[in-house]
Ligand binder design. Structure first.
Ligand code: AMP
Ligand code: ZN
Length: 474
């Protein structure tokens, strides 16, 4: 099978054909660095990391360029800086907020097993490119200046709305567009705007005297242009970015460069919700990646990064994903068991074609996982080829990298359901010992140890019977 990807632009699954197989180019919208990333933000990072790995496998690691930007100029950043560092000059406060947040983001996504993209451009380092595009758009009549703003004139772009599949009327009705007196049309969007005193500012394009700063959409058009060219292969992000962000990126880039497309394939991940509800600070179910990995914020325990990653890949990327404690607990049990098979086992050096084919079908991670579960069955029966295949594929997906079973049990809290399970296993172990099957008794003890449960054997002083107590290993 060859790689097929669902393209939002055509609403079809299409065979993937790169413009240049010697340099396959992908751009994904990255974080705005003002606060910890939440678990919804982790979804595109992991999904496009899997695609990056697959492209590297298919075309060779040196033939893939993956660009994920860092948005370090934004009103939300300014607000956070003023709030957190009220006594510092705003620019210094902004530098602190963006540096700290960028570091947090990198630590978080590294713990989730994600590779570093080829380039991580920062918006503030591409202001010249943005201004060059803006000047070009004004010069060719696709943008205009009004009250120190530069606005994109959507009437100049007949294809506007094609990505999101909406007509102009629908967009006006549905979107919360900012109506401003200086706009010719309510749908026109900002390419450049004036800065207030003290805010980050640069000399403006288009002959505007007042200093200003770029709008959000032009940042991605400029950074993708500088690092991937006027037209490239894949553009990705969450489904909420289709409109207006990606629609506007397309309008800017195509009109600036007179090209029929900005990127050939537009990929969008579905949204993550928490235990059946939209995640929102106001609902109290808002969880950051950092909290999930290090605190007792979700399911009253921290979770290992690879457990989070496996749970994230248990649903196909375009589907909505319900983020639940159950899903994480299942992923953890799977990895604890796999670690027992895989820890000291040799890895196969070739990826199995059945596994690769599943991923080539629009990144069908759940069906790739089904292939892995089949090998895990073989591994349970001590099939060496299955262990090798499982190890190679699990490492490729970065859901396993030589961890010990107990690594996945960090901070493991025993629920009442688990308690019954532990007691049942202890009873089975006693039965095995009585039957003098010490091998089986040891196996059960090891299995519990892998869950982070330590057994203590003692003799009842009165009856002489073996009594086993247990606790969670710390
Ligand atoms: P933002 O910080 O809102 O700009 O989002 C950064 C990235 O995370 C974008 O690609 C969003 O589409 C994506 N994203 C935000 N919230 C969610 C969510 N709940 N589920 C999946 N993706 C999300
Ligand atoms: Zn973007």
């Amino acid at each position: 099978m060859a790689l097929r990807l669902y393209n939002t632009l055509t609403r079809k699954k299409e065979p993937f054909q790169p413009i240049d197989a010697g340099n396959v180019r992908m751009y994904v919208c990255g974080p705005t660095v003002y606060d910890f990333a939440h678990i919804g933000n982790a979804r595109p990072v992991i999904v496009f990391d899997v695609l990056f790995r697959l492209l590297r496998h298919l075309y060779g690691p040196e033939h893939v360029t993956y660009v994920r930007n860092i948005t370090d100029v934004d009103d939300k950043i300014n607000a956070r800086a003023a709030q957190d560092y009220p006594n510092l000059p705003l620019n210094e406060a902004i530098r602190r907020v963006t540096e700290k947040t960028e570091q947090q983001f990198h630590d978080d996504v590294a713990a989730l097993g994600c590779l570093t993209p080829t380039v991580e451009p920062r918006a503030t380092e591409h202001i010249a490119a943005m201004k060059e595009m803006i000047d070009g758009l004004v010069a060719n009549g696709c943008a205009y200046v009004a009250e120190d703003h530069v606005l994109f004139d959507v009437a100049a772009m007949p294809d506007y709305g094609k990505l999101s599949g909406r007509s102009l009327d629908e967009m006006i009705a549905g979107a919360r567009v900012e109506v401003a007196p200086y706009k010719r049309d309510p749908m026109d969007f900002v390419l450049w705007k004036p800065s207030k005193p003290g805010e980050p500012s640069w000399t403006s394009p288009a002959g505007i005297v007042a200093p200003g700063r770029p709008g959000w959409h032009i940042e991605c058009s400029a950074m993708s242009w500088k690092h991937l060219g006027e037209t490239f292969d894949i553009h990705g992000g969450g489904i909420d970015l289709v409109f207006p962000h990606h629609e506007n990126e397309i309008a800017q880039s195509r009109c600036a460069f007179h090209t029929p497309v900005m990127a050939n394939y537009w990929l969008h991940n579905g949204f993550l919700q928490v235990e059946g509800e939209k995640m929102a600070k106001s609902l109290g179910n808002f969880v950051t990646i950092h909290e999930l990995l290090t605190q007792r914020k979700f399911g009253n325990q921290p979770w290992h990064g690879r457990v989070v990653r496996l749970a994230m890949l248990s649903t196909q990327y375009r589907q909505p994903l319900d983020w639940t404690v159950d899903r994480l607990a299942q992923a953890r049990s799977t990895l604890i068991e796999w670690a027992e098979f895989l820890r000291d086992a040799p890895s196969g050096d070739q990826l199995d074609s059945e596994f690769v084919s599943a991923l080539e079908d629009d990144l069908n991670a759940p069906s790739a996982m089904t292939v892995l579960y089949g090998w895990a069955n073989g591994a349970r029966r001590r099939s060496v080829p299955d262990v090798k295949r499982l190890k190679a594929a699990a490492r490729f997906l970065a859901v396993y990298d030589n961890e010990r079973p107990a690594d996945f049990a960090v901070g493991y809290e025993v629920t009442s359901m688990d308690k019954a399970d532990v007691d049942m296993k202890i009873a089975q172990r006693h039965a095995a010992r009585k039957a003098k099957d010490f091998k089986e008794a040891d196996r059960i003890r090891d299995e519990l140890a892998a869950m982070g449960i330590e057994l203590k054997d003692a003799k009842d002083p009165k009856t002489g019977e073996l009594v086993t107590t247990w606790e969670v290993a710390r």
